[in-house]
Design a protein around this ligand. Structure first.
Ligand SMILES: Nc1ncnc2c1ncn2[C@@H]1O[C@H](COP(=O)(O)OP(=O)(O)O)[C@@H](O)[C@H]1O
Ligand SMILES: [Mg+2]
Length: 286
């Protein structure tokens, strides 16, 4: 703990706090996620430790990098990369104050970077299960590098689905999660669809007065149509509907999304930057 100096609070979650810290070993700013384990059951502590185990396995330009972790009797702490431009939710809120809609190239750039992260974890049989705009972070000089964070709900698949794990942000729940059916990789694809809906409409999908109403809109597939959809190409709206297909077997997998003609140019662009310089540089100005 002596190696870190707390600079401020970035967010608070169900199990603890996320703080900005100065890391004296790395000589840079980092994020410390503290999870209070004192009042947790042994089972929940085991679950919480999974976040560290999964983060340690990951190394991808579109995923928040794990640096270190340590534990005491009361809590454990995860030290990770700091995304200087904050959450996708903040970004969309700011955009909706200044313009009518988010430019299609910006939407597709963000979508492609999130999907590249998801394609990477899915190839490792890891399911994130809580993809939403508060867990997608922006960084890089101009905030155009997109990183997936918060692996607190993620799981490693031992068969092709997981039974009985159904915690995520309610309006981003997939129909199978609502029905209490097993989680599968395709549940993450539904959530990518929800993020695309959010980028297009600047509104969260399936929001209703109560949790019960939210669940019934999800399972009935009642997606509010927004006039902002008219600003986007028909193929982009078609992709949105494919991602939000209620039947998980019909949803495209992450690799198929990346080879969509609307997404592929962003993927190729990012790959060529990585291979030239060994790291991603800015590829679109928005
Ligand atoms: N690496 C990071 N860089 C910047 N902000 C972060 C980072 N990680 C988390 N945050 C902020 O803290 C909030 C909560 O973190 P998160 O890991 O999602 O915890 P929880 O499991 O409580 O949802 C995020 O929504 C974001 O605002
Ligand atoms: Mg979170």
């Amino acid at each position: 703990m002596d190696s870190y100096n707390i600079v401020g609070v970035l967010g608070r979650g169900a199990f603890g706090v996320v703080e900005l810290v100065r890391d004296f070993n790395l000589k840079k700013l980092a994020v410390m996620k503290t999870i209070h384990i004192k009042s947790m059951s042994a089972e929940n502590v085991k679950e919480a430790i999974k976040e560290i185990q999964i983060l340690q396995m990951l190394n991808h330009p579109n995923i928040i990098k794990y640096y270190n972790s340590f534990q005491n009797k009361q809590s454990f702490h995860i030290i990770m990369e700091y995304a200087i431009h904050g959450t996708l939710e903040n970004f969309v809120n700011k955009c909706s104050l200044t313009s009518k809609y988010i430019a299609q190239n910006c939407v597709l750039n963000i979508l492609s970077q999130v999907t590249m992260a998801v394609d990477y974890i899915h190839k490792m049989k890891i399911i994130h299960s809580d993809i939403n705009p508060m867990n997608i972070l922006l960084t890089g000089n101009q905030g155009t590098v997109v990183k997936l964070g918060d692996f607190g709900s993620s799981r490693i698949l031992t068969s092709d689905k997981i039974v009985g794990e159904n915690c995520c942000t309610p309006c981003y729940m997939s129909p199978e999660q609502c029905f209490g059916k097993p989680l599968r990789l395709k549940s993450d694809i539904w959530q990518i669809g929800c993020v695309l809906y959010y980028l297009i409409t600047t509104k969260h999908p399936f929001v209703a007065k109560s949790l019960a109403d939210t669940i019934s809109s999800i399972v009935e597939g009642v997606l509010s149509i927004s006039e902002k959809m008219n600003f986007y190409d028909r193929d982009v709206i078609m992709l949105l509907h494919e991602l939000l297909n209620r039947d998980p077997t019909v949803r495209p997998n992450a690799s198929a999304i990346l080879s969509n003609p609307y997404i592929l140019p962003y993927v190729l662009n990012s790959n060529c930057h990585w291979s030239k310089s060994g790291r991603k540089s800015l590829n679109q100005n928005y």
